[in-house]
Design a protein around this ligand. Structure first.
Ligand code: URA
Ligand code: SF4
Length: 211
């Protein structure tokens, strides 16, 4: 394990520990369990949903209810195991009655998401639904841009419908299935970009006779 991996693990553990006792917004008062998110610290793909629902609040784990079951199917169809991806949400505590998260709650929670993204440094971020989409595509409409990857530095951001919405609406179900099916190709592309970058980074050292 490299030092980078250890640092990433330590930071993700620290974020999770802070989230579990976080008092930074109103949602702290009604949660059963905060849901920091889970997955490998070196995940190449990170999925960002909206916020915990009833089941997630009960278990303290993301996407374990009906939309989680559908998400697992979508991942499997794209050749990805749930264990390969890091899954979290825009807000880490359940909005009562599954209402939309409020702007001040999203703002209060965003520091945790920033730190998770920085620690994991994924090649691809998939936003699930409007609220995580708004972070990278403010003012855009999901019906217009879903499935279209946008570059953010060396990273790709792919906006997708929320599985809970897609589960019950035939047309959206087809769309989210097609969008997930694009992931293997996008991952292969990201892999190529990363190896070219690594190659270029290694060159000066080699020319200087360091290897
Ligand atoms: N919906 C979400 O947005 N996140 C979850 O964790 C579960 C359902
Ligand atoms: Fe803290 Fe985020 Fe939970 Fe609000 S939603 S209490 S900011 S962890």
């Amino acid at each position: 394990m490299t030092l980078d991996d250890e640092a990433a693990i330590a930071e993700l553990d620290e974020v999770a520990a802070e989230v579990r006792v976080c008092p930074l917004c109103e949602l702290a008062r009604t949660r059963t369990h905060a849901v920091p998110g889970e997955g490998p610290p070196r995940a190449r793909v990170m999925l960002i949903g909206e916020g915990p629902g009833w089941h997630e609040d009960q278990q303290g784990r993301p996407f374990v209810g009906n939309s989680g079951k559908f998400l697992n199917e979508l991942l499997a169809a794209a050749g990805l195991e749930r264990e390969d991806v890091f899954i979290t949400n825009v807000v880490k505590c359940r909005p009562p009655g599954n209402r939309d998260p409020l702007p001040d709650e999203i703002a209060a929670c965003s520091g945790y998401l920033d730190r998770q993204i920085q620690a994991i440094n994924p090649d691809i971020i998939v936003t699930l639904g409007r609220f995580s989409m708004a972070r990278w595509f403010p003012g855009e409409r999901i019906s217009k841009i879903h499935g279209q990857a946008k570059r953010d530095g060396r990273r790709l951001i792919v906006p997708m419908y929320h599985p809970a919405a897609a589960l019950h609406q035939g047309a959206l179900r087809g769309a989210i299935t097609d969008d997930f099916a694009k992931l293997p190709k996008l991952l292969a592309e990201a892999e190529r970009t990363r190896s070219v970058e690594a190659e270029q980074a290694a060159k000066p050292a080699r020319q200087m006779g360091m290897f």
